[in-house]
Design a protein. Structure first.
Length: 379
């Protein structure tokens, strides 16, 4: 008997250029359930949990920007921590403190911790060409250095324009298990190996004067970290869950071969996202005091980087974080943002789901960043 099948409806692409879970009518449920929707995931829990106790700071809910942004129909969660203190949290009616949320590109910040640790141990150098570590890379990454990829300072053929139906980021989503392939399903390494020079460009030098955001940079860097670190990436993830002291599950999406997707595969609760951010507020130290990242590399991060394009031109993209020299953070597709301030020890995250056509609005982020950075400064 021949059985009937149909393409997975959550991951199928119809008239909209996005898979169903990421179309405007379904995106909110998709972001709240991506840890169950993505085809391939790993889960990690911590042996010891960072104990967060409510110690309310009433100045936070009194802020006008907090009231405005937590009343948006796109809002999911806002949480603020300082050490063991939970200073504030708020949730949308359809979300809650025990619910994982896709943090998308905030996942990229883990590269700062892992590459920083390898740099401090002398296992990798910022000025090394990526092709010297991964000889199978194509022309789009072979001659670019580790630091150039860390700073989103590489010019190549990878395109991340969600309004372009032919954008290469959609093939990236296929490898991530977030949409169905139209043909053979590539492993992440195969996809990265095929990235070439930008049309008409003689090399990978970024001559634009601002950072060029490419999620593929992260996945190249993490495969380089795996090669130089001499251990599988899933071992780093297990250690990171322990270092952060997450309470729930750290969900990580993978490709079909099991390669973790650090460019955008993590799902966490709002509290656990603050615990993850606190690794930066503690200058790379885990909850047990042992180093997971590198304090010296974090200092380099705060000082370095490449100017970001408008409307975030006041920030620099530095070693897989955004920074103004005081705090470090990162945004995520769909409206997320995380800020960690090493000077005050405060961490604040805002989770949201933009339900416009493509889930991205560059003008959404500046007021969110301003709110989180002011809260983390204690202003």
């Amino acid at each position: 008997m021949q059985l009937r099948t149909c393409p997975n409806p959550d991951l199928s692409v119809g008239p909209d250029p996005h898979p169903r879970w990421n179309t405007a009518p379904h995106r909110r449920q998709g972001f709240h359930g991506l840890h169950r929707i993505a085809r391939y995931t790993l889960g990690f829990r911590a042996a010891s949990v960072l104990d967060l106790r409510l110690s309310a700071d009433l100045s936070i809910p009194a802020r006008e920007d907090v009231r405005r942004l937590t009343s948006s129909p796109w809002f999911s969660a806002l949480a603020v921590t300082e050490g063991n203190r939970l200073l504030y949290e708020a949730y949308a009616p359809d979300f809650g403190p025990d619910r994982p949320h896709a943090i998308m590109s905030i996942s990229k910040m883990a590269a700062n911790l892992i590459l920083g640790r390898l740099w401090e141990e002398g296992r990798i150098a910022p000025d090394e060409p990526l092709g010297a570590i991964l000889p199978w890379l194509g022309a789009g990454y072979r001659d670019a250095t580790v630091q150039q990829a860390l700073d989103m300072n590489v010019h190549n053929a990878f395109n991340e324009d969600y309004t372009d139906p032919h954008t290469t980021v959609f093939q990236h989503e296929v490898a991530m298990g977030m949409r169905l392939p139209e043909g053979p399903e590539p492993a992440m390494a195969d996809l990265l190996a095929g990235i070439g020079l930008a049309p008409g460009a003689p090399d990978t030098v970024n001559r634009s004067g601002t950072s060029l955001y490419k999620s593929a940079n992260t996945d190249v860097l993490m495969l380089a970290a795996e090669a130089r670190g001499g251990r599988p990436l899933r071992a780093w993830l297990a250690d990171m869950a322990d270092a952060a002291g997450v309470e729930g599950v750290l969900h990580m999406g993978t490709d079909r071969a099991g390669t973790p997707i650090f460019s955008g595969g993590i799902c966490l609760t709002a509290r656990d996202l603050c615990r993850y951010g606190a690794l930066f507020a503690r200058r790379g130290r885990g909850v047990d005091g042992a180093p997971f990242g590198s304090a010296d590399f974090l200092d380099r991060t705060l000082r370095g980087g490449v100017p970001m394009p408008a409307p975030r031109g006041h920030l620099r993209y530095s070693s897989h974080t955004n920074t103004d020299g005081t705090w470090i953070g990162h945004g995520g597709y769909g409206g997320q943002y995380l800020v960690a301030n090493p000077a005050t020890g405060r961490v604040a995250c805002y989770l949201s789901v933009l339900q416009d056509a493509h889930g991205y609005d560059p003008d959404w982020y500046p007021p969110v960043i301003a709110m989180l950075s002011a809260i983390c400064a204690g202003a």
